[in-house]
Design a protein. Structure first.
Length: 489
């Protein structure tokens, strides 16, 4: 059986090798580079702008791990294709900081303005911009393992039709505008398009909201778009870096919509997301008229100043739209859900009575910790269910991975992998033939992160290639369980 599998994998490697086009690689070294150089590793450019100007679709730009100081916006308007993306990565093992702190605090003074499509940007810190750290109105882009902080408006904003973008394992924090009332962590808002997807992201201590889906309601702007968040954390928004309360910030965790005329529909889907210690509401309808679907979400101690953990109670929904909250948990604080919300196996319903004994730990301090080397969220036990809790196996099937007889309630599944393998694409704590089938399907159909249960691109480089298959093979044919107590037979 092993030989058959290896032959199949080798065949896929050969097919990929034959079809791969030759592309160029450029390097940006702010300290030692010069924009008159050729851009190769021994003759690097100084600025990202020069590398962007020079690169063609399919090329890769590596940015060296030093502080790159800019006082003007880096504009990226070129577009690749589904089979020939542009790649901009941190140089392996390094972490570049793009520092825009020398910009004036003014509208339009963004750090990066990404109007192009089919870009994959990974491993950059973007700080101090006079407006958004990154403003995106292109489509089909991937932004991974980037941090947006201390910008003077929202860390990462998507608008002007931005659609089908994937934001993976990113952080946005300490963003604050001059009024302390407009800077969010992530903002798929105003004139945003549909199909944007956030996975494994964190937003904390932004002066306004963690996520903001507020729409601009006029006849010329889009309506009825869908945004999906999965495995995201949102905490202590509405506060400044110092810990003081932001003067004018709303302080919601996930603001799921709303619009100027209270009439627009922003369909929000949240899967396995957590909100805690936010100044106001954890999960907030605002005036959204679209559908809101929350599966296995956890809220803890939101409404520190004023507000509820889950709040869907302010406006009736548009015709055909629904609000659904399933397998969700709150502890400490209040809820504000009206009778139109379909609630199924949630912790505030009979027969559950939630106490601190249901959790391993209710101290959130570890949530601020550094990410793992691969960019995934830190391993913490905050709000994990304790052995014996009746919230374990108490949920309803919602097409999310689970362990035991039925899903648990809340964000963290009891008994899940402590450090899941990247090749465990179906999240069952084992690398096996089912994961191979997902990988093969992704290869054939060029699926994105949002189309898969876990990660489609095993090595997180934005496209399936020989290195993904090599990692998959190594994890499959060695020890494939967590903890590593059983090996593949």
């Amino acid at each position: 059986m092993k030989k058959i599998i290896l032959v199949l994998l080798l065949t896929m490697w050969m097919l990929f090798a034959v079809s791969t086009a030759y592309c160029s690689t450029y390097y940006v070294d702010y300290v030692n580079g010069n924009d008159s150089n050729s851009g190769d590793i021994n003759d690097p450019f100084k600025t990202i702008s020069q590398a962007v100007t020079t690169a063609a679709a399919g090329d890769t730009i590596y940015v060296r791990g030093e502080t790159h100081t800019y006082t003007t916006t880096i504009s990226i308007s070129k577009s690749g294709t589904v089979n020939a993306k542009y790649y901009m990565f941190a140089y392996p093992g390094e972490r570049p900081i793009l520092d825009f702190s020398g910009m004036a605090d003014a509208d339009g003074n963004r750090g990066i303005r990404l109007s192009g499509s089919y870009w994959y940007i990974k491993g950059l810190d973007i700080k101090g911009a006079g407006d958004n750290g990154m403003n995106m109105n292109g489509s089909n882009n991937i932004i991974e393992f980037c941090s947006f902080y201390e910008n003077r408006d929202t860390g990462l904003q998507l608008d002007n039709g931005a659609a089908n973008n994937e934001i993976i394992n990113c952080d946005s924090y300490y963003n604050c505008d001059s009024t302390q009332g407009d800077a969010d962590g992530f903002a798929p808002k105003l004139t945003v398009g549909t199909g944007n997807y956030f996975y494994g992201c964190r937003a904390w201590q932004n002066s306004d909201d963690g996520w903001d889906g507020y729409l601009k309601s006029t006849v010329t702007y889009p309506d009825d778009m869908t945004t999906t968040l999965e495995n995201c954390w949102c905490f202590k928004n509405g506060y400044l870096k110092s810990g003081a309360v932001a003067t004018n910030g709303n302080g919601n965790g996930y603001k799921m919509g709303g619009s100027d005329l209270k009439d627009f529909r922003h369909n929000f889907v949240l899967k396995k997301c957590i909100a805690f210690s936010n100044k106001a509401k954890g999960f907030d309808q605002n005036s959204n008229k679209g559908s809101m679907t929350l599966y296995n979400c956890t809220a803890y101690y939101n409404g520190v100043v004023s507000g509820a953990n889950f709040s869907i109670n302010t406006f009736p929904l548009a015709t055909g739209k629904t609000a659904t909250v399933t397998n969700s948990v709150y502890f400490t604080g209040t809820n504000n859900l009206n009778a139109l919300v379909v609630q199924t196996t949630d912790s505030w319903q009979s027969p559950y009575v939630v106490t601190s004994a249901d959790f391993v730990n209710i101290n959130p301090s570890a949530a601020y910790g550094p990410r793992n080397a691969d960019g995934s969220l830190p391993d913490i036990n905050f709000m994990h269910l304790a052995a014996g809790s009746d919230l374990i196996d108490g949920g309803t099937e919602v097409n999310l991975p689970y362990h035991g007889t039925t899903p648990d309630l809340g964000y963290f599944e009891y008994g899940g992998c402590t450090r899941p393998f990247a090749s465990d694409l179906d999240s069952d704590c084992e690398v096996d033939f089912f994961d191979y089938a997902i990988l093969a399907d992704a290869w054939t159909n060029n699926l994105s992160y949002a189309d898969l249960n876990h990660d489609g691109y095993i090595n997180h480089n934005g496209h399936l290639n020989l290195t993904d298959i090599a990692q998959f093979t190594a994890e499959w044919l060695t020890c494939n369980r967590d903890p590593q107590s059983e090996c593949w037979q």
